[in-house]
Design a protein around this ligand. Structure first.
Ligand code: ADE
Length: 247
């Protein structure tokens, strides 16, 4: 996948995107990321990128001529859709990450100040994404969040593809708890079934604990999801465990 980022702060991306798993994905040519400085596409000697809003009011607005020059330059290299990061976009989730991970090319446009001239959104933006109902100072951190969530779903990026499959949300449930050695730590034991070597029992235990975790922490996710027979049975057991504990 090739990702191009249009931003006034390209330096914000270098450390984050070149570290750890995303760094390795780029070294292995699974992912190419390039951050462009919108200011390089300004026309005047002061390299102006923004101007006061028509109609008055606080803040500055990114200029359409400069931003569109940048978009058109990048579009000649990257044919992907242009995604504008904004709190007004549709809220990002794992399903959206999975669908964007299928794309070969993507372009992220990061706004700053009061935003960008609305004509850019009408004419040159294909999609608008928000990372949640709060307002950040710019689209750079949101773009990093979205890129990280997408990149780890590209085949080969995670060492062990199973870990992406079993993720929280990958199957609509939160993940089961994880343990490693030692089996006893400060009086706390690892659940015995995990030491049993019985793969079927372990699979069932993990599914049950994923259901328990989801029921306790995100019951809204359970409501949205169809349960199969096994899951329904295990959920009944979770509820029965809960009743027994209360006695
Ligand atoms: N820019 C500022 N806040 C944002 C948010 N919550 N999501 C996406 N882009 C943003």
């Amino acid at each position: 996948m090739r990702i191009d980022i249009l931003t006034l702060f390209p330096e914000m991306f270098s450390e984050v995107l070149s570290s750890s798993i995303l760094g390795r994905a780029q070294a292995n040519n699974l992912l190419t990321i390039h951050a462009w400085n919108i200011r390089d596409f300004a026309f005047d000697k002061h390299r102006t990128v923004d101007d006061i809003p028509y109609g008055g009011g606080a803040g500055m607005v990114l200029k359409p001529d400069v931003v569109v020059a940048c978009i058109e330059h990048v579009k000649a290299i990257n044919s992907g859709k242009v995604i504008y990061m904004t709190p007004q976009g549709s809220v990002f989730d794992q399903t959206k990450a999975q669908s964007l991970a299928q794309e070969a090319n993507l372009i992220f446009l990061c706004g700053h100040y009061e935003g960008i001239d609305h004509r850019i959104r009408e004419g040159w933006v294909d999609e608008e994404i928000s990372i949640g109902d709060y307002v950040l100072t710019g689209g750079e951190l949101p773009a990093m969040v979205v890129i990280d969530a997408i990149a780890r779903l590209i085949p080969g990026v995670l060492g062990d593809q199973a870990s992406a499959r079993e993720d929280s949300f990958a199957n609509g449930l939160l993940e089961y708890p994880h343990y490693t050695r030692p089996s006893q730590f400060r009086g706390r034991m690892v659940p015995e079934v995990l030491l049993s070597g019985n793969h079927e029992l372990i699979r069932k235990w993990r599914l049950k604990e994923a259901l328990r975790m989801t029921l306790v922490r995100r019951p809204d996710l359970l409501k949205k999801r169809q349960l199969n027979d096994e899951e329904r049975q295990l959920l009944q057991q979770v509820l029965a465990d809960d009743c027994n504990e209360r006695r």
